[in-house]
Design a protein around this ligand. Structure first.
Ligand code: PLP
Ligand code: COI
Length: 360
């Protein structure tokens, strides 16, 4: 892919950048540039460009604004000990966007073009990648939107793929403390044949009211059950889940209607490398409650790009509550897997899985 570059004439100055990177928060500050490439049936993918970051001008009848034909990714670039920058498993995000694109009736962006686009943006905005201290990183948000100006309901004949980048600190304000969960029994995020496995905005729009319910009940995050039977644990609004048993087994919900997390599959490999058996299967909410009550479940955690690995604490539902199995702390294995993962991401441990992708 040929990429043209127009550099910003007003990049954020060094003093302001230092201020932002000292306390980046999540998703509020954006780098100096963005990447764009467009697609039409006649031309295919064309006009790949890096330009100064800025607002998009859109006709009010642009398809994405009405029928939500869109898909996105979330990934990170990490500062390495030698000062260089690397992303984590970018081909996996690219591949997942291909799968999401198939579900959303989009054209496919080739994996190598996706990776090249992300590399190009990270390279031009390298100074925005924070130092590793405090587990800061540069969060990358590739996304694809339907940009045809047309109100008919059919796949858009004009598609735009973009990448933007935003320096990130910890996703949760409380640091690495167990998050409390609210079990929603009213709302689901995916059904059979639905979009649960695709990373698309509609899934997040549908999770908002459930998240509000969680907040109203004093919980940090919401946990969804399967749409068909309302019995099996699916995932959180933005994370996959794991249950550690006293015999060392780890159980995680099987794929199909959940988002197949890249952190999820990395955790499975890391856990297996530490000698743990990992079962991908259905796990019911009763198994959770009973496992906590009997002591059979010794640790619970959740994982995702933005949140890394986060211990799960108490679970609340309409009419009851189960206490945190690890009190105010993360479990021992949770924290060990977490450390193993971030050590690879920040280049402090050998990348034996070949997960890191060096930029430049
Ligand atoms: N599940 C949902 C609904 C998510 O939004 C995310 C975050 O991206 C995940 C799981 C974890 O996926 P990943 O590890 O690829 O970030
Ligand atoms: C991510 O972890 O990348 C996510 O997409 C979760 C959330 C920010 C949507």
């Amino acid at each position: 892919m040929e990429i043209s570059t127009t550099l910003s004439e007003q990049p954020v100055d060094d003093a302001r950048l230092a201020e932002i990177l000292a306390n980046p928060g999540f998703g509020t500050h954006f780098t100096d540039h963005m990447f764009t490439v467009e697609w039409t049936p006649e031309k295919g993918w064309h006009d790949a460009r890096i330009t100064p970051y800025g607002p998009l001008s859109m006709d009010p009848a642009t398809a994405v604004l009405h029928y939500a034909q869109e898909t996105f990714e979330g990934m990170k670039a990490y500062r390495q000990p030698d000062g260089s920058v690397a992303t984590f498993r970018p081909e996996a995000n690219a591949q997942r966007m291909v799968l999401s694109s198939q579900r959303l009736a989009f054209p496919e962006l080739p994996v190598e073009d996706f990776v090249q686009a992300v590399d190009a943006l990270v390279e031009v905005d390298q100074r925005w990648v924070p130092e590793a201290a405090g587990e800061k990183s540069l969060y990358l948000r590739p996304f694809m939107i339907a940009t045809e100006v047309f109100l008919g309901v059919r796949p858009s004949q004009h598609v735009t793929f973009m990448v933007i980048a935003s320096p990130a600190g910890a996703y949760f304000k409380g640091g690495i403390k167990p998050v409390s969960l609210w079990l929603t029994e009213e709302y689901t995020r995916a059904g059979r044949g639905g979009m649960g496995a695709a990373k698309t905005g509609g899934n997040y729009a549908s999770s908002l009211v459930a998240q509000q319910e969680a907040t109203a009940h004093g919980c940090d995050q919401v946990v969804f059950l399967d749409g068909q039977e309302g019995t099996y644990i699916e995932e959180l609004g933005g994370m996959n889940m794991y249950f550690v048993y006293e015999d060392g087994r780890i159980v995680t919900p099987e794929t199909g209607t959940i988002l197949e997390g890249i952190t999820r599959s990395s955790v499975i490999e890391l856990a297996e490398g530490l000698g743990h058996k990992v079962e991908e299967r259905k796990i019911s909410i009763d198994e959770w409650r009973e496992g906590v009550a009997s002591g059979a479940i010794t640790e619970i955690f959740a994982c995702g790009t933005a949140a890394v690995i986060t211990p799960v604490g108490s679970l609340k539902w309409d009419g009851g509550e189960a206490d945190s199995v690890t009190g105010d702390e993360g479990g021992e294995l949770t924290m060990r897997i977490r450390q193993a993962l971030v050590d690879i991401q920040y280049g402090r441990a050998e990348d034996t899985h070949g997960w890191m992708h060096r930029i430049g």
